[in-house]
Design a protein around this ligand. Structure first.
Ligand code: FAD
Length: 390
């Protein structure tokens, strides 16, 4: 019994995500080994309608709230976390656009129509070699120059998850001659856009998080969707960023997969020095208990935060930044510890590539480097504590 599955609709959703996860699980190892983009997984998901999960019902989608979105993401990631992360960015941004109304209506409606038909996938590409994580507020070195009727954008965006397939790319660029930083929509078919296949990581190898190269990529005026003065708030940020909880949901999915594998392993593995499986050994039971503590605590905080977020009026969501960061911090660090415990239970075999645990171990660590980073959350919590706000 999952206490966070509240309705029949939730149950159907999670079961469906579970079926998709099972189909993907068979191929996940190959993508990881080869370090290639998870094309077939994304085809499967878009054809199944997964890309419409957070598209509002009025525009042909499933209209999931944050809690439902996270339930599905967590379950999906048990099958293939790389594919889940690609979909997580898309679904999260799609949800935040619905909540904030950050785009002009006609543009959002057209995007939703394509997303519901499995023909559009979006991601925000803000990271750069010289500025690092965009969440730290550095001015992009990618530059947008004014031209008649629009802007010409030149620069590079690293860590562009889903780069082999995303159709709608949100790119931040410093507007030449101004203080402001713009967020531009660049379509995949833009002749000034190319993908440099630079992604060769130890974790989340199938995400295709390559480098996007923009060389005089022209976009019309209408594609400047937002322009922030230094320290200013973006329109997309108007919902407090709850959608970013797709990140901890995805990494908890990896931990769930490690836990499930290890429980089966502990029940089945019976070395001849014992009279039965290692599940009866006290230190193994202790570690299983610790995994449960980590998992239940993290899920409780994650889903309770998501529910509070769903129930909060829009202006109050802005004030949930610390709570959202805390939920991410707790869940991702718990996920890392759960995979570690799972490997200790399985013993030496856990490092063999014949078992999936070493892949989970590599993948789960990537969550530490998705926003918000731990140091940012700790500093916000410290600030609130020192000001007596908690
Ligand atoms: C699997 C995966 C997928 C990703 N997908 C995307 C994506 O789709 N789009 C995207 O834009 N990004 C994406 N990212 C990139 C991510 O958002 C970060 O930009 C990236 O992980 C680097 O973050 P960082 O904080 O380590 O980097 P850096 O900013 O380079 O920081 C490096 C080190 O310096 C410290 N540091 C740097 N600046 C400061 C500062 N101002 N104050 C305090 N400490 C500082 C950091 O704490 C860290 O220890 C992805 C990352 C991963 C792991």
């Amino acid at each position: 019994m999952d206490p966070w599955i509240r309705t029949e609709e939730d149950r159907e959703l999670v079961n469906w995500a579970g079926e998709l996860a099972s189909l993907m699980a068979k191929r996940a190892e190959t993508y990881d080994r080869e370090g290639t983009f998870v094309h077939e997984q994304i085809d499967l998901l878009t054809q199944a309608g997964y890309a419409s999960l957070t598209v509002p019902k009025e525009f042909g989608g499933r209209g999931c709230n944050l809690r439902q979105f996270l339930l599905a993401q967590e379950r999906l990631a048990e099958g293939d976390s790389a594919a889940a992360l690609v979909m997580g960015w898309h679904l999260g941004i799609t949800q935040s656009l619905a909540v904030t109304g950050a785009w002009p209506d006609d543009m959002y409606r057209a995007f939703c129509k394509d997303a519901a038909a499995g023909q559009a996938l979006i991601n925000a590409c803000g990271s750069e070699p010289d500025t690092g994580s965009p969440s730290r507020g550095g001015r992009p070195t990618t530059v947008a120059k004014r031209e008649p009727g629009g802007y010409s954008i030149t620069g590079q965006k690293t860590w562009a998850t889903g780069s082999p397939v995303i159709t709608h790319i949100l790119v931040t660029a410093a507007i030449a001659g101004e203080d402001r930083v713009g967020e531009f929509l660049v379509h995949r078919d833009n002749s000034g856009l190319s993908v440099r296949e630079s992604w060769d990581s130890m974790s989340m190898r199938g995400t295709g998080s390559h480098t996007l190269v923009l060389e005089n990529a022209f976009v019309p005026d209408a594609n400047l969707l937002d322009a922030m003065a230094p320290g200013g708030k973006s329109k997309r940020g108007g919902d407090g960023g709850g959608w970013l909880l797709h990140i901890p949901a995805t990494y908890l999915g990896i931990a769930n997969a490690a836990r499930r594998f290890t429980l089966d392993f502990a029940n089945a593995y019976s070395p001849n020095s014992l009279n039965g499986p290692i599940a009866a050994v006290p230190h193994v039971r202790d570690k299983i208990g610790q995994m449960e503590v980590e998992r239940m605590t993290a899920r409780t905080l994650l889903f309770a935060t998501a529910m509070r977020y769903d129930e909060a009026p829009l202006p109050d969501r802005i004030n949930m930044r610390a709570d959202l960061g805390l939920a991410k911090y707790a869940a991702v660090n718990a996920a890392v510890r759960i995979v570690d415990l799972a490997m200790r239970i399985a013993g030496g075999q856990s490092i063999l590539r014949t078992l999936p645990l070493e892949r989970y171990y590599r993948d789960v660590r990537a969550g530490l480097h998705n926003p918000p980073m731990d140091d940012v959350t700790l500093s916000i919590l410290a600030e609130e504590a020192l000001q007596g706000r908690r």
